[in-house]
Write a protein that binds this ligand. Structure first.
Ligand SMILES: C[S@@+](CC[C@H](N)C(=O)[O-])C[C@H]1O[C@@H](n2cnc3c(N)ncnc32)[C@H](O)[C@@H]1O
Length: 237
């Protein structure tokens, strides 16, 4: 399924509802631990998440490259909470979000950083990164896919990251591992993934699912590695 075939109603609904949350209380809806975040605590919470989820895993993330030589992509950056932390470590950070209101807040908050590139995207693809043959060294997403009500959209992102990632590069992301107990998936409580679902998505999008952690919990983390060019060309021969 190509991004153009995705349900435009779902995309529009996601955009409108996240714009509304951004206007009401962006920082609270990004990290619900606090109703009123002060700026320092909000960005420190992003540094903590970056530390525990990314910086403790630099072997897989960097694979021998210097962090400052790397181009990193964040999907669903919100108001820039983890984007700021990532920009303090990596060379260039590209970040997308479906909500124009969130992106406006991120642009304002991160205006002091010259290595951050923020884009409002369609909510399902990375077309906004087109141009200049941009190749990403590492991609991540945290507490975003857990809010997406459509499995097709998450599949679309996996295929899109595969397209822009360098061969050998890692896409590390979190999905919801807990099934809904009541109601239908919406733009707050998204679809969930079982271990088998994760295996199937990796296969369908051309990734090697090398590790996973937290199946059956909210924080189900997946390590999708893009096969090296040689393996890819062997496959297509
Ligand atoms: C809970 S916030 C997390 C923000 C950021 N990842 C963080 O940890 O600070 C979820 C973000 O995902 C964005 N989002 C939701 N659905 C999206 C989609 N389909 N594509 C891109 N961004 C999306 C929302 O606009 C919101 O900014």
């Amino acid at each position: 399924m190509s991004p153009a075939e995705l349900d435009p109603y779902v995309l529009e609904r996601m955009r409108c509802e996240w714009d509304k949350r951004a206007r009401e209380n962006a920082r609270h809806f990004i990290a619900t631990a606090n109703d009123e975040w002060n700026t320092e605590e909000f960005f420190n919470s992003g540094r903590l998440n970056l530390f525990f989820e990314i910086l403790t895993d630099l072997g897989n993330v960097c694979q021998g490259k210097g962090p400052k030589d790397m181009k990193v992509l964040e999907i669903g950056c919100g108001a820039g909470r983890m984007t700021r932390a990532a920009a303090e470590v990596f060379g260039e950070v590209y970040a997308v979000d479906i909500s124009g209101e969130m992106i406006a807040k991120a642009k304002e908050a991160l205006a002091d950083l010259g290595n951050v590139h923020l884009f409002q995207n369609s909510g399902a693809d990375l077309q906004v990164l087109r141009g200049g043959g941009l190749q990403i060294d590492f991609a991540f997403s945290f507490i975003v896919f857990q809010h997406i009500p459509s499995r097709e959209i998450i599949y679309s992102y996996a295929r899109e990251v595969h397209r822009v990632l360098r061969p050998g590069g890692l896409f590390k992301f979190q999905v919801q591992g807990v099934p809904l107990t009541e109601g239908e998936a919406d733009t707050w409580q998204g679809v969930h993934f079982t271990d088998q679902d994760a295996v199937e998505m990796a296969h369908a999008s051309g990734f090697e699912l090398r590790y996973r952690q937290g199946a059956g919990t909210q924080y189900f983390w997946l390590w999708f590695f893009k096969p090296e060019a040689m393996e890819a060309s062997k496959d297509s021969a």
